[in-house]
Write a protein that binds this ligand. Structure first.
Ligand code: NAD
Length: 493
């Protein structure tokens, strides 16, 4: 059966949307009964009212997490035992793929086929990857003198809070939860207020997989209440955050005001895409479009600044505009939609404001623009004549808006690329191997993709330089966040 809109609408009648927080293995209302509306951004329809938790609920969740951590019911299990449970969770995510994909699409407006093919299988694979890794990790014995043995081992940090954004809700939850849980921590997950639905379903699946009550809690609600209470809590040992740079800085402050908890910010970006004249232009165009328009441009590492060598700029723009105009914008439940709705009308208005400001500052609109302002959808937009001093070249838009600039030399390209407070990712296109190495080494970004775009794998760390934060998700390096080193000296007689 083809998975067209009718298919998904029929599926919708078969699924239940969870509305309560998940604390100590139970769904629960907020302690004062408060709720807030969760809206489908593509239709404006009210999906459900969700528990708006408060500080008392955070205290309940942290107490449950602390209790289970100290009990050892999860933290002291053998790695192979935790592995079996997390592998089961990965299996359950795959078994519920369509339900989770539909929830994600309804909740955040992304094309359901993207959620089905990318987000949800990616989440399952992330749990699987860390489950497979955990029983292959060894400690160390230090090269001390022969009268001592000094063992260096890793222990779980304890109670971890994970505060995440709305652009890839289940994926980013998995990026945090998989390494945190597999190493024995107890976790409180706070989804973005806009996107709680898959997190709540995940909690239920985690219980079914065998994660003990209290080890994984999901506290729904507003950032300035729930996020802040987690950030300031003295019983939270580690806070892993993905979101804006502005809020990442707040978390560093919360830690300083409370217990000096470890804070790992993974924050915003304004990633450059450098296109040299000696590249494979068709491949560069194709990837440049994906790099900025995929997921409606709501991607932290989106290649939002396109820097093109002047000699090929006209040729590049002709192909790039054609590609942008060919992209299917529309209903996230239609199987051929490539660009769905932005997260909400407030964010759409903000994206439109950035487009307007760019035009006022002297940029030229080549295609796209504000679109139908009664909706939360903005079409793929290309702005030319952008200068590095303009707001559109410096601030993160988090929408399908490409800012095009040109350069005449490698030196100028590198200077333009590095002129940003952010440093999450960068791409570069060239057929010259020497140039590829030379330029990649000088780009101040956590990930540089050469002749590809936003390259990513579970085996490679993902995170930023500068104000894109210093936390790293994915790979074995992510385990550094969720474990602490212990040195045990044994004096031999
Ligand atoms: P956001 O910073 O507004 O919110 C992120 C989380 O922080 C949410 O759960 C929110 O409820 C919470 N929060 C908001 N205000 C808070 C406060 N005062 N105190 C405590 N918590 C608070 O970000 P967003 O709008 O959800 O997501 C978009 C941002 O996320 C973009 O800047 C994007 O670049 C970034 N992002 C980064 C990465 C990465 O890996 N570096 C990945 C995805 C998204």
């Amino acid at each position: 059966m083809s998975k067209d809109k009718a298919y998904w609408l029929a599926k919708r009648t078969q699924i239940t949307l969870r509305t309560q927080a998940f604390i100590n293995g139970e769904f629960t209302n907020s302690s004062n009964g408060d709720t807030y509306p969760t809206i489908n951004p593509a239709s404006g329809e009210l999906l459900v009212d969700i528990a708006a938790c408060n500080e008392a609920d955070v205290n309940r969740a942290v107490a449950a997490a602390r209790r289970t951590f100290e009990s050892g019911v999860w933290s002291k299990q053998a790695p192979a035992e935790r592995k079996a449970v997390i592998k089961k969770l990965a299996q359950l995510i795959n078994e519920n793929l369509e339900e989770l994909a539909l929830l994600e699409s309804l909740n955040v407006g992304k094309p359901v086929m993207d959620a089905l093919n990318v987000d949800i299988p990616g989440s399952a694979a992330c749990f699987e990857w860390y489950a497979e890794a955990v029983d292959k990790l060894y400690g160390e014995v230090a090269p001390t003198d022969r009268n001592n043995i000094a063992m260096i081992t890793r222990e779980p940090v304890g109670v971890v809070a994970a505060v995440i954004p709305w652009n890839f809700p289940l994926d980013i939850a998995a990026w945090k939860l998989a390494p945190a849980l597999i190493t024995g921590n107890s976790v409180i997950l706070k989804p973005a207020e806009q996107s709680p639905l898959t997190a709540l379903r995940l909690a239920e699946l985690a219980k079914e997989a065998g994660i003990p009550d209290g080890v994984l809690n999901v506290v729904t609600g507003y950032g300035h209440i729930v996020g802040k209470a987690l950030g300031l809590h003295n019983e939270v040992d580690c806070l892993t955050f993905t979101g804006s740079t502005e809020v990442g800085k707040l978390f560093m402050g919360y830690a300083a005001q409370s217990n000096m908890k470890q804070v790992w910010p993974e924050t915003g970006g304004k990633s450059p895409n450098l296109i040299f004249a000696d590249c494979d232009l068709d491949a560069a165009v194709e990837h440049a479009a994906m790099g900025i328009f995929f997921n409606q441009g709501e991607v932290c590492s989106a290649n939002s600044r396109i820097l093109v060598e002047s000699s090929i700029k006209a040729q590049f723009l002709e192909k790039f505009i054609a590609k942008a105009q060919s992209m299917k914008v529309g209903d996230p439940l239609a199987s051929d939609t490539q660009i769905g709705a932005l997260i909400d009308s407030k964010h759409a208005a903000n994206v439109r404001r950035y487009i307007g400001q760019a035009l006022e500052e002297g940029a030229a609109l080549l295609t796209g623009g504000p679109g139908d302002e009664s909706t939360a959808t903005v079409p793929p937009t290309v702005l030319d004549n952008v200068l590095e001093t303009m707001t559109i070249a410096q601030e993160e838009v988090f929408g399908p808006v490409a800012a095009v600039m040109s350069f005449d030399s490698e030196e100028q390209a590198i200077a333009l690329a590095n002129n940003s407070v952010y440093g999450l990712a960068a791409s570069l296109w060239t057929s010259n191997l020497n140039r590829a190495h030379r330029v990649a080494a000088r780009l101040r970004a956590g990930t540089v993709s050469v002749n590809t775009m936003d390259a990513l794998d579970f085996s490679t760390p993902f995170g930023g330089y500068k104000q894109s934060g210093f936390g790293r998700d994915l790979s074995l390096h992510a385990l550094d966040k969720f474990t602490q080193l212990k040195t045990t000296w044994i004096k031999l007689g």
